[in-house]
Design a protein around this ligand. Structure first.
Ligand SMILES: NC(=O)C1=CN([C@@H]2O[C@H](COP(=O)(O)OP(=O)(O)OC[C@H]3O[C@@H](n4cnc5c(N)ncnc54)[C@H](OP(=O)(O)O)[C@@H]3O)[C@@H](O)[C@H]2O)C=CC1
Ligand SMILES: O=C1OC[C@@H](O)[C@H](O)[C@H]1O
Length: 380
């Protein structure tokens, strides 16, 4: 459905988008239409034509472009917050620059390329009294919060194990997919970064604590490239994590899952699912990524009756049935910037933790961590 735009309040936050990225329309432009306190005021893109076409298409009043376009937008006093959907390898540099310019930042996932960089960003934001949020959008939807609530209620007894998968078949990739930023090492590519960050976040959130170790991990390497760096790019990764109190978690991500059956010609269905096993029963959570489209939470107490649940809004009435994960995320971000208590939040500690375990998994697969940015903030 196309939601009806709402009038904007006085004092609505004015947002600038860094880069005319593909994810920007669903993740920020559409949700902003129904938020009375959020206006998409500017976009900056490297190329003039692209910047202007993007602004025209999405009704954005101010456009920045050229070699200084990104920085010029950050320096615009009329902009309060920045949405940063640049390639992962540029998250660190441009978020530091946005924070330096005094802007709050909604930063696309995964936070940066390394845990050390993510830590620097959150410490810097805190030192400047600015809000920084990693856009792990499905974390903000009531459905995931409901699954956590069921586990924490103790209804099914002690948590034993979890499994979370985000796997898409090869047929879902476009023809130019090899050039995608996701497969460029120097831009922080790799599918454990781009997709694995979600199942990892899911099991860490549901466990309510950090893992202790990577018990095993393996990666499906990118196979089309000939250059050395492509050998460090994964198109899929699987890992088993150990959590405290004998809890284990299997996670899997894949962007090009090979087919099966005769000659491997039959495509797998997309797999976007979390399964939780407790001492007294199981939970199956189908579609944790875009639960707004459809999801199902099946609760199966051992020896008891199964039930299905759906959670499109919070039980205290916050939200609308049709809100995207991104709309819930925007609600939380605006609440935080405005000094209100958000319904759900991803702390800096959590973002640093997610990045740390992405790194640990990459090390365990043998592919190694992504490169640190060479950007150094000039000293005052
Ligand atoms: N939350 C979600 O559901 C999703 C999040 N993402 C995240 O969003 C980010 C962007 O992904 P996506 O929109 O798919 O990517 P795109 O390739 O569409 O966008 C990346 C943008 O980065 C800019 N850019 C600046 N420097 C470079 C460079 N050296 N090479 C390539 N691009 C450059 C480009 O901006 P310009 O317009 O200036 O040329 C481009 O618009 C990633 O961090 C990804 O993980 C992605 C998909 C889903
Ligand atoms: O954030 C994302 O979510 C969905 C995936 O298909 C995509 O590659 C990733 O970047």
């Amino acid at each position: 459905m196309t939601p009806t735009p709402v009038p904007k309040d006085d004092g609505a936050l004015r947002c600038g988008i860094l880069g005319a990225a593909k994810i920007a329309p669903p993740a920020i432009i559409l949700p902003a239409r129904t938020h009375p306190e959020f206006i998409i005021a500017a976009v900056a893109a490297r190329g003039k034509d692209k910047a202007e076409a993007f602004a025209k298409k999405h009704g954005i009043a101010k456009v920045y472009f050229g070699p200084n376009g990104y920085q010029d937008m950050l320096d615009d006093k009329d902009i309060d917050v920045i949405y940063n959907p640049l390639p992962n390898g540029l998250h660190y540099e441009w978020t530091l620059k946005a924070l330096t310019a005094g802007k709050h930042v909604l930063l696309e996932k995964p936070g940066t390329d390394t845990a050390a960089e993510t830590k620097v960003l959150f410490n810097y934001a805190e030192s400047k009294g600015l809000v920084l949020l990693e856009a792990l959008h499905c974390r903000f939807h009531p459905a995931l919060n409901r699954v956590k609530e069921i586990i924490d209620s103790g209804e099914l007894g002690k948590l034993k194990s979890m499994k979370a998968s985000l796997c898409f078949p090869r047929v879902m990739s476009g023809p130019d997919d090899d050039n995608n930023i996701r497969y460029q090492f120097e831009l922080g590519g790799g599918i454990m970064m781009g997709m694995g960050c979600y199942p990892l976040m899911i099991v860490r959130t549901l466990a309510g604590t950090e893992p202790i170790s990577v018990l095993s991990a393996s990666a499906a390497p990118f196979t089309n490239g000939t250059d050395e760096q492509r050998r460090t790019i994964d198109v899929g990764t699987e890992a088993v994590l150990e959590f405290p109190s004998d809890v284990t978690a299997e996670i899997a991500c894949h962007s090009r899952r090979p087919g099966w059956g005769p000659l491997g010609l039959l495509p797998h269905l997309p797999e976007v699912k979390a399964e939780v096993t407790c001492e007294g029963g199981k939970i199956e959570f189908v579609n944790f990524l875009f639960p707004n489209v459809y999801h199902k939470i099946q609760v199966a107490p051992t020896g008891g009756e199964k039930r299905d649940e759906w959670a499109y809004t919070f039980n205290d009435g916050v939200g609308e049935d049709w809100w995207l994960t991104y709309r819930y995320q925007l609600e939380a971000f605006v609440d935080k910037v405005k000094g209100r208590q958000p319904k759900t939040w991803v702390t800096g500690e959590e973002s640093i933790g997610n990045m740390q375990w992405i790194e640990n998994i990459y090390v365990a697969t043998g592919l190694g961590v992504r490169p640190n940015s060479t950007f150094v903030l000039p000293q005052d």
